[in-house]
Ligand binder design. Sequence first.
Ligand SMILES: C[S@@+](CC[C@H](N)C(=O)[O-])C[C@H]1O[C@@H](n2cnc3c(N)ncnc32)[C@H](O)[C@@H]1O
Length: 245
Amino acid sequence: MKTYDKFLKYYDEIVRGINSPLDDEVAFLSKDVIEEYKENSKTILETACGTWTVAAEFQKWGYQVTGLDISENMLKKAKGNMKKDSELILGDMTDFDLEKTFDVVLCNYNSICHLLKWEDWQKFFACASKHLEKDGLLVFDINTLYEFDNITRDFAQFYTFWEDNVCLEMFKKNGIYEWLVKIYEKAEDGRFDLTTEVVQENSFPISKIEKELKEQWFKLLEKVDYHYGEVTAQSERVYFIAKKK
Ligand SMILES: C[S@@+](CC[C@H](N)C(=O)[O-])C[C@H]1O[C@@H](n2cnc3c(N)ncnc32)[C@H](O)[C@@H]1O
């Protein structure tokens, strides 16, 4: 499994600063999702917690957050971003057993799309269910196939940080979407050193995910297009909010 490594240096600025500002996202998750569907929630397990940026906001809202991520480097950065002590677990979200339950299991910012095989999505749903209180909430979002196909077809993203330049492009290879990250770092002699990194992602049809959730572990409470509300064939980012059966 390959996640961000070299790109990590720019991750918070690009992903959480520019692409999807945190305040809006955490306000949506706290108010419109958790308070709406499980009002007295206190504990959150954030799977694929990354650099702790989302978890830190939840801590400000008073939640007790436990983080799990497969990347040691992400967790190191998470520890650095942590203002209030909390539990961080190095683990795979398709296969973990913490021997406790939570009010909410969250997998945010299309992190589930890092699971390339459908069986791994199923394993994640099973693990999430096992770690939820009765009536506990599973909340996750996906980049839709429509969105990945758009990104693949349409554009490259360019960012400048300090004196470095970062270029992100997506390609589809053998049915899997691959981010090609190119980093041009300015060296002391004024020239730029290029390093590259590939991170793979995948997605599945909304109807397939919905069917799996309903058939196996959960009652689906809502699915929401993060940008427009109503989910359509052109939705780019969709949140699923499900309650443990
Ligand atoms: C797009 S980042 C999202 C981070 C965070 N959830 C956020 O909202 O900013 C994806 C994260 O998923 C983690 N990840 C990928 N595969 C994983 C797995 N199988 N188990 C746990 N974490 C995983 C990566 O290490 C990375 O930190």
